[in-house]
Write a protein that binds this ligand. Structure first.
Ligand SMILES: [Zn+2]
Length: 152
C-alpha cells in the first residue's frame, strides 16, 4: 500500500489535465484512476449506429464545454508557463496543465530532479500565488460564473 511508483510521470500528469487543489479538497487522490471516463447515461443505441454516434459526439461536446468553460489563462509568474484556471469555489481551483507547462514548471522539475513524483504534487505553490493575484486583479472570478453542468 505504501509502495511508491518510481518514475515521475509527466504524461500521466498531462493526462489528468484537470487538477484540483485546495485547503479541503479530497478529490485529488483519485487522479490515478485515470479519470472517470465518460459515463454513458443514454441507453445503448445498438440498432441505430448513427444515433449512437450522435449521442457520443454530444457527450464529448458537453464534456469539452464543461472542461473549457470559464477557464482563464493564468501565467505562473515564477515559471513563466501559462495554465488554464477556473475557480470552482473557495478552496476549489481547477487547473488545466498542458504537457509543456507541466514540463517547464520549475517546481515540478525540482520534484522530478529530487526523485519525487510530480504527478502527486498538489500544485506549483508559485502558481497558487499567481492565481491569487489574478483574482485580486479581477482577471479571474473568485467563483466561476460559467454555467455548471451539474443541474442538467
Ligand atoms: Zn510553476
Amino acid at each position: 500500500m505504501t509502495a511508491r511508483r518510481e518514475a515521475p510521470d509527466v504524461d500521466q500528469l498531462a493526462r489528468s489535465m484537470l487538477r484540483l487543489y485546495g485547503a479541503h479538497d479530497d478529490h485529488e487522490e483519485h487522479d490515478h484512476n485515470g479519470g472517470n471516463g465518460i459515463r454513458s447515461k443514454a441507453p445503448d443505441f445498438v440498432s441505430d449506429p448513427d444515433r449512437a454516434a450522435a449521442v457520443r459526439e454530444a457527450t464529448l461536446r458537453d464534456r469539452e464545454r464543461y472542461l473549457t468553460s470559464g477557464l482563464v489563462s493564468v501565467d505562473c509568474r515564477f515559471c513563466h508557463v501559462a495554465v488554464q484556471v477556473k475557480k470552482l469555489g473557495p478552496g476549489h481551483t481547477a487547473v488545466q496543465w498542458t504537457t509543456e507547462a507541466s514540463q517547464r514548471c520549475a517546481y515540478f522539475a525540482e520534484i522530478r530532479q529530487s526523485g519525487g513524483e510530480s504527478a502527486r504534487a498538489r500544485a506549483c505553490p508559485k502558481l497558487a500565488d499567481s492565481i491569487k493575484h489574478a483574482v485580486a486583479e479581477g482577471c479571474l472570478e473568485e467563483i466561476s460564473s460559467a454555467p455548471s453542468p451539474g443541474d442538467g
